[in-house]
Design a protein around this ligand. Sequence first.
Ligand code: V47
Length: 366
Amino acid sequence: MRKYIERAGLADIHDKIIASERLSVADGLKLYNSSDILCIGYLANIVRERLNQDKAYFIYNQHINYSNICTNLCKFCAFGRKGDDDLAYEMSIEEVKEKVRERIAEPIVEIHMVGGIHPDLPFEYYTGLLRGIKEVRPDVHIQAFTCVEIAHLSKLCGKPVEETLGVLQEAGLGSLPGGGAEVFSPRIRELTCKDKLSGADWLGIARAAHRCGLHSNATMLYGHIESLQERVEHLHALRSAQDESGGFLAFIPLAFHPKNTGMDSLSGTTGIDDLKNIAIARLYLDNFPHIKAYWVMIGPKLAQIALSFGADDMDGTVKEEVITHMAGAETDQAIGSKTLIHLIREAGRIPVERGTLYDVIKVHDA
Ligand code: V47
């Protein structure tokens, strides 16, 4: 393998990986510029197995998108709508509780809930959502509201971010999902989501959440108009933030889906780019415990292969994914835990059913 790595020009990076040394921005760029996917995957697998051995995690979860009404209307998003759009919707607290009740017989341990930046809903609606879900399923972990929503909620209730998070925690918030990060580059934000929270402020909210004892995830939306340099800078900013606060659990690369978006002249991502983003994230984010291959965006088959290219988590059962499906995703809207277990076993990994904070619920090793 070493000869092969030398021929690919990645021997210096191999040396660093073996010595557990940190990769530089130049290393990250070199990896993105290489098309030797087997070599990059081999390197990522070394780190993946060092951190997570043969385990591959999944979770029994349910996604709820309480409203798609949004003031940001990002160019890459097919989900967000103006309030007067025919496809705009907003669920009442009772409707959200009903969504939870519908699946009460299933062993769901996490509710993943995000929505648009709604111009009118009062702060009490959001605390009401959390309390309502907990009334129906007291033991469920609620992973809700991206950093973008948290910034909005802090303004809405007129309290500093940490105080706002305290009120939300009191109402039942368990952790924050990783959405809204997009690409931190101000150039990309100006071109694709100019009304959205800045990258620096997204990171500031994540740090504040970590100071409050909340864990969170991080994402990067790749495959549109960002440069490779901007991708590496995004990873670099996340790695630096994690050095400081240590509260990130997982990184999830999100493959851009162009259909029904303001960027629909672009084509979707390729399998090679999907695998590269997972592998390079595993190599660069040496302080992130987990890298997710989100099957909704890259398909269950590629997500399975990603388990040998740096990923150690396939996310979960999901149930009713909306955001990517509005943008043309052709995957199912849910997947059975039996299917996830089968995919993981066939990949030669051990399926570990987990809670949100990576507490082990069941090792399916039989
Ligand atoms: O915030 C929007 C992105 C995110 C598109 O934290 C798009 O564990 C692709 O963040 N094509 C929502 N992506 C999904 C998300 C997520 C998913 C699974 C797990 C976790 C986690 C987080 O999807 C949005 C935005 O960044 N997005 N439009 C699109 N057209």
